[in-house]
Design a protein around this ligand. Structure first.
Ligand SMILES: Cc1ncc(C[n+]2csc(CCOP(=O)(O)OP(=O)(O)O)c2C)c(N)n1
Ligand SMILES: [Mg+2]
Length: 391
């Protein structure tokens, strides 16, 4: 199990102006800085991915969590190493907190041969149960019943572990969400369901998604506790999730947590967000950026010095630069590697031409007789036959 990385070495106290205030949410000063580190790491890594995307080095789409870093990081931070979370495409921050590394993410996005899925899956669709994050899938809401099962197994084995499943506002409209949450509630599974309400599901705004006044109200229908928090306040996000995690660990079953945030980028990089009202994105960027808000709080209310933050910024930049260099050096996958891990025993048949790259194999066995005017086996005869047929 990985241990969390301290964000700024051993120093527990910031330099400069210090205040005697107790730390919020029972977090140590090192943990307060750690939260900043994970959010900054998430944003810088995504910014690097945008640069690589524009250089056409990213294979497939690029999904941003710009403006949602506090929701991802704060909620995952409430888990212990032995707990398990099920992330979505905007939970890069949650996966980093759980031990995913920038070099893995970069390799995965570039579909490299040594990426976690060896180039067979893209973006952050990969998992590692040893580190406590499950591989994500695209069908919305389907991880709720899966995580109901995972957490039921914790309960049946008397393990004091907790599961956390993220769903978007859009995913709450699926049948899987309903079935999964209901089953987990009835079985009193140690599960936390985090609804990330970021205002949009692709181009569908929340008001077209549900007539419920707020997503937290859905908890009532399942007979479970529900709490709502400001998803752009990393400490509030941590606190509300921690309460739900503690309930789950002490045998009180499922909780629903609604985190209110905002998706500042499109569904993916290709999406020009033409459906978003003019000025909305700028307003959130200006007034409600989770990192800006946290930096202001660290510097004023919590008494950290600019140097405390600069050390972290430098470290993040260095780590992302190094990871990019390593990931760029990785090779593309070998074509035959696509077969590994697919069949119980290795395929008995010889690789076809498109796998082996042997042109001769095509000519020898895959060209239908009479296909075109040229036959590799008997070109002259075939040409003569075609000529006769055309007469
Ligand atoms: C069952 C299902 N329906 C539709 C889709 C296509 N789809 C992929 S992501 C997405 C929007 C998801 O919105 P939300 O759940 O709010 O998550 P967000 O992207 O905002 O984080 C849609 C409709 C899908 N993957 N699965
Ligand atoms: Mg959404």
């Amino acid at each position: 199990m990985p241990t969390r990385v301290a964000a700024s070495g051993k120093r527990e106290k910031g330099t400069g102006k210090q205040r005697a205030e107790a730390s919020p949410a029972g977090l140590t000063r090192a943990q307060l800085l750690e939260l900043y580190y994970w959010m900054r790491l998430t944003r810088t890594l995504e910014e690097r991915l945008v640069a690589l995307y524009r250089q056409t080095k990213v294979i497939g789409g690029l999904f941003r969590s710009l403006g949602q870093e506090a929701d991802a990081v704060g909620s995952a931070f409430a888990l212990r190493p032995e707990d398990v979370l099920s992330p979505l495409i905007r939970n890069l921050g949650s996966m980093l907190v759980k031990g995913a590394t920038p070099v893995e993410i970069l390799r995965q996005y570039m579909a490299k041969g040594d990426s976690p899925t060896r180039g067979r899956e893209l973006n952050i669709h990969f998992g590692d149960t040893a580190r406590g994050f499950i591989g994500q899938i695209s069908p919305l809401g389907d991880m709720v019943p899966v995580m109901a099962g995972v957490t039921l197994s914790f309960k049946m084995r008397n393990e004091r572990r907790v599961g956390l499943v993220y769903v978007g506002d859009g995913a709450t409209s699926t049948g899987a969400f309903h079935e999964g949450i209901n089953f987990a509630a009835v079985e009193r599974c140690p599960l936390v369901i985090v609804v990330e309400n970021n205002g949009y599901a692709y181009s569908t705004p929340t008001r077209s998604q549900t007539l419920a006044k707020q997503f937290v109200d859905k908890a009532i229908g399942y007979g479970i506790p529900g709490e709502q928090a400001d998803g752009n306040d990393v400490i509030a996000t941590y606190e509300v999730t921690k309460r739900a995690v503690d309930r789950a660990r002490s045998g009180e079953g499922v909780s629903l947590v609604e985190l209110i945030t905002y998706r500042r980028k499109g569904h993916a990089e290709h999406d020009n967000q033409s459906y978003v009202p003019v000025g909305e994105i700028d307003r959130w960027a200006r007034e409600n950026d989770p990192i800006d808000r946290y930096v202001a709080r660290l510097r004023t209310e919590l008494g950290f010095a600019d140097d405390d933050l600069r050390v972290i910024d430098d470290r993040v930049r260095r780590e992302i630069d190094e990871a990019t260099e390593v990931a760029e050096r990785s090779a593309a996958p070998e074509p035959l590697d696509a077969l590994l891990g697919v069949y119980a025993s290795p395929p008995a048949q010889q690789p076809l031409w498109f796998r082996s790259g042997q042109r001769a194999a095509v000519d020898a066995s895959e060209r239908a007789e009479g296909w075109g005017s040229y036959s590799a086996t008997n070109g002259a005869a075939s040409d003569a036959r075609l000529a006769r047929e055309n007469d």
